[in-house]
Design a protein around this ligand. Structure first.
Ligand SMILES: NC(=O)c1ccc[n+]([C@@H]2O[C@H](COP(=O)([O-])OP(=O)(O)OC[C@H]3O[C@@H](n4cnc5c(N)ncnc54)[C@H](O)[C@@H]3O)[C@@H](O)[C@H]2O)c1
Length: 265
């Protein structure tokens, strides 16, 4: 029980990677808040957390809204007593991709609002409280799309690289307060996010024409993942547990690739 007595907020914890992070943190003893725009999913995951014997709060939150984020932080502190760990996981893919001239202004605004501005809003709201306590862990879920500069996902790649840069900026500012700020970059996982993306790729990219979403995904894994096998949300959850634990107290400003070797540097 490496996180016994801790309270974690996991944005977008109602599905996919977020659910994997929620369950990994809860298994290590943390109570959990799950703010998600799809509240029914958050409630289902909350039932799983209760089954593990932890306290949990599921709530409808749009992380692109500063008002929603403030309510979410206040409600978490009221219901669970405090916040020790903030995991910024909510995000979305932003098709269309190549060529970038196919992108609309709205695609870029939405990609930045959900993937990047949301991280600014939650950090801005939680940081004064962490500073007061002289403690806190922030973990931002970025993506290998940032360092890979994926031409198939222009707005998303830039937005996720922005998350990595913001992680480092905030890590430098908060280091003196004993608050660590790190990013995790997942590789490719077959969540709702990737199923939608794969369906779009099959429709729009001639190299994938006629393939099912699952076939597109398997080809992607085979093409870019050196380990040649699929990863699971639990892999990201385990990395989050480590970064939230006492063992990681001296690690800050890092972007940890959990990707089967896609990005090495
Ligand atoms: N699946 C992958 O291959 C992959 C790879 C690298 C990074 N990521 C990142 O991992 C994170 C989780 O992705 P996933 O694959 O689990 O996707 P997902 O679509 O299964 O889950 C995303 C979650 O975020 C929530 N969400 C979306 N917009 C929101 C908003 N405005 N406010 C609150 N909640 C919102 C959704 O309701 C959902 O529960 C994202 O940040 C994504 O960019 C995913």
């Amino acid at each position: 029980m490496r996180l016994a007595g801790k309270v974690a907020v996991v944005t977008g914890g109602g599905s996919g990677i977020g659910r994997g992070i929620v369950l990994a943190l809860a298994r290590e003893g943390a109570d959990i808040a799950i703010p998600d725009i799809q509240v029914l999913n958050a409630e289902k995951v909350a039932d799983e957390v209760k089954g593990l014997g932890r306290k949990v709060l599921a709530m409808k939150t749009d992380v692109t809204s500063s008002a929603d984020v403030k309510v979410m932080v206040d409600r978490t502190r009221d219901a669970l007593g405090k916040i020790d760990i903030l995991v910024n996981n909510a995000g979305m893919a932003a098709p269309p991709g190549m060529p970038f001239t196919n992108n609309t202004e709205e695609d870029w605004d939405r990609a930045f609002a959900v993937n990047t501005k949301s991280v600014f809003l939650t950090c801005k709201t939680v940081a004064p409280y962490f500073i007061e306590r002289k403690a806190g862990r922030i973990i931002n879920i970025a993506s290998i799309a940032g360092p890979l500069s994926a031409p198939t996902m222009p707005a998303y790649s830039v937005a996720k690289q922005g998350v990595i840069t913001f992680t480092r900026v905030v890590a430098k500012e908060l280091a003196a307060h004993k608050i660590t700020v790190n990013a995790i970059c997942p590789g490719v996982l077959y969540t709702d996010f990737w199923q939608k993306l794969a369906a779009h790729i099959a429709e729009t990219n001639p190299a994938f024409k006629g393939m099912t979403p699952r076939q597109v995904f398997d080809k992607r894994v085979n093409d870019i993942v050196p380990m040649k096998c699929e990863q699971e949300p639990a892999d990201i959850g385990n990395a989050a547990v480590f970064l939230a634990s006492d063992e990681a107290r001296y690690i800050t400003g890092q972007a940890l690739m959990v990707d089967g070797g896609c990005v090495m540097y």
